[in-house]
Design a protein around this ligand. Structure first.
Ligand code: ARG
Length: 487
């Protein structure tokens, strides 16, 4: 057991207490961020004359060798250390001796963990944003290919009006686009650096917090050292946005499950994304969609868990906050898996277009259009609604549909019906005439699709290694660097 704080203690920590208190099992995934933060801290300490060049170089080399050895499997992050921060520091001291003992000058694990978690989360926000973008590409491609694929639209899961597959998928495009906007919004708000806040009251060393912030791609330092170590709002915001992503994925999954059912048969899920039954040989189950729907609960759970953890905490740091990690990491992993798999499933989905069109023709999806036809002939809408209601009853009784009635039958219900009713209630007319912005008619749909294409084309790439990585986005309403010093 290697503890950083043994000096004040005369007795060994109880084994169970040690295990209960330790976070190494799960915070080891913060290694890269911990080292990134230490590199920035050490460079700054040297620039401020707190460390010599020699000490800085030795620490930087030591940190890099630790990272490399962990990567190569030569060094294992094990439970002898309380947390990832202790692991790095202890190994550094082992490797470079006394200079290593200076790494923690002017720093506390409280601002250190606040930084590591923020760096890690920032990366996750960017990766989730990229995955959302990939999903949007798949959705848009499906939209472009299916402007004329007719299908019923539903309300109350009852057939309502005819629409197209492009229009239906377009609804999900809007949802996931909003999700991306939330990611950007979170990035802008969270991109301030807590390093230098110390345990809670800053430090007496002349740290240059602006420099460390800058070195790590932050807009600047956070402005209250107590809030810096006590704040997990950005994580709550991200978990909330991830919960909304999952809610969208779950609704989409629910539809795929319904569409894939024997009753609907609108789609066939690719073999690569289905599973079979151990007993029923005929089965091909939509397990991926079901699991995505099911895993939504875990992500909501992470949000509720962290909100509850944070709700009673006095300022500033409290150990309760260590509980942010497992739930957050689980939620990050879950959402990334779900987005990737869901995208693959959608990209390989086969649409049974004839079934969809046939279904759109049954179930009186053209009843509104029939009423509108009467309105066009001078019948007030409320009367038209009643007349078509009667017509629907008549059809149900005769087990037929509006478009299959003879003109005589139609005229017996109302004399204004003419031959042109058949065109007016055809599936094609019902869809194509809906040309208001956001409606499924071809012309309206094509305009929206063009806007979406433009949106996806101009979006920056934030993935690690890309040109824009770390630029994140312009800081809103903020003057030039140094702004915070003038306050
Ligand atoms: N493992 C801790 C956490 O995740 C690191 C911070 C420890 N700070 C302290 N004062 N014990 O929150």
């Amino acid at each position: 057991m290697a503890q950083l704080w043994g000096g004040r203690f005369t007795k060994e920590t109880d084994q169970l207490v040690y295990k209960f208190n330790a976070s190494i099992e799960f915070d080891k995934r913060l290694l890269a961020q911990d080292i990134q933060g230490s590199i920035a801290h050490v460079i700054m300490l040297c620039r401020q004359g707190i460390l010599t060049d020699e000490e800085m170089n030795s620490i930087l080399n030591g940190l890099q060798s630790i990272q490399q050895d962990v990567k190569d499997g030569k060094l294992v992050i094990d439970t002898r250390y309380e947390d990832v921060h202790s692991f790095v520091e202890a190994n550094l001291i082992d490797r470079i001796g006394d200079a290593g003992k200076k790494l923690h000058t002017g720093r506390s694990r409280n601002d250190q963990v606040a930084l590591d978690m923020r760096l890690y989360t920032r990366l996750q926000v960017i990766v989730v944003d990229e995955l959302l973008k990939e999903l949007l590409e798949t959705i848009l491609k499906t939209m472009e290919e299916n402007v004329d694929t007719y299908m019923p639209g539903f309300t109350h899961l009852q057939k309502a009006q005819p629409t197209t597959l492009a229009h239906h998928f377009g609804a999900y495009f809007e949802m996931f686009k909003r999700d991306r906007l939330r990611m950007k919004d979170i990035l802008v708000r969270m991109n301030y650096c807590p390093l230098g806040a110390g345990a809670m009251a800053g430090t007496t060393y002349p740290l240059d917090r602006e420099l460390t912030a800058d070195l790590m791609g932050f807009y600047g330092p956070t402005l209250n050292s107590m809030d810096s170590v006590a704040d997990r709002d950005y994580l709550i915001e991200f978990l909330s946005a991830l919960s909304t992503v999952m809610m969208h994925l779950s609704r989409f999954s629910e539809e795929i499950i319904i569409w894939n059912s024997n009753e609907y048969q609108f789609v066939e899920i690719d073999d690569a994304y289905s599973t079979g039954s151990s007993i029923m040989p005929q089965k091909k189950n939509p397990d991926i969609a079901e699991l995505v729907r099911g895993k939504t609960g875990r992500v909501y759970g992470a949000l509720m868990s962290l909100l509850t953890t944070m709700k009673g905490l006095p300022l500033a740091y409290n150990k309760d906050m260590q509980e942010d990690k497992e739930v957050a990491f689980d939620a990050f992993d879950t959402v990334k898996d779900c987005l990737g798999l869901f995208n693959g499933m959608i990209a390989t989905l086969k649409f049974k277009k004839d079934r969809m069109a046939e279904s759109a023709m049954n179930g009186f999806t053209n009843a509104t259009d029939a009423a509108d036809y009467l309105v066009g002939k001078g019948v007030p809408f409320r009367d038209a609604h009643g007349i078509i209601g009667q017509l629907v009853l008549y059809c149900i009784d005769k087990n037929t549909s509006i478009d299959k009635l003879s003109l005589e039958e139609l005229k017996s219900i109302h004399p204004v019906f003419e031959e042109d009713i058949f065109d007016a209630v055809s599936l094609k007319t019902c869809v194509e005439k809906r040309l208001t912005i956001g409606a499924p008619g071809r012309e309206a749909m094509e305009k929206v699709i063009a806007l979406h294409r433009e949106y996806l084309a101009k979006e920056e790439d934030y993935l690690p290694g890309s040109e824009n990585y770390n630029i994140v986005t312009e800081e809103p309403d903020t003057p030039a660097p140094g702004w915070w010093q003038q306050i």
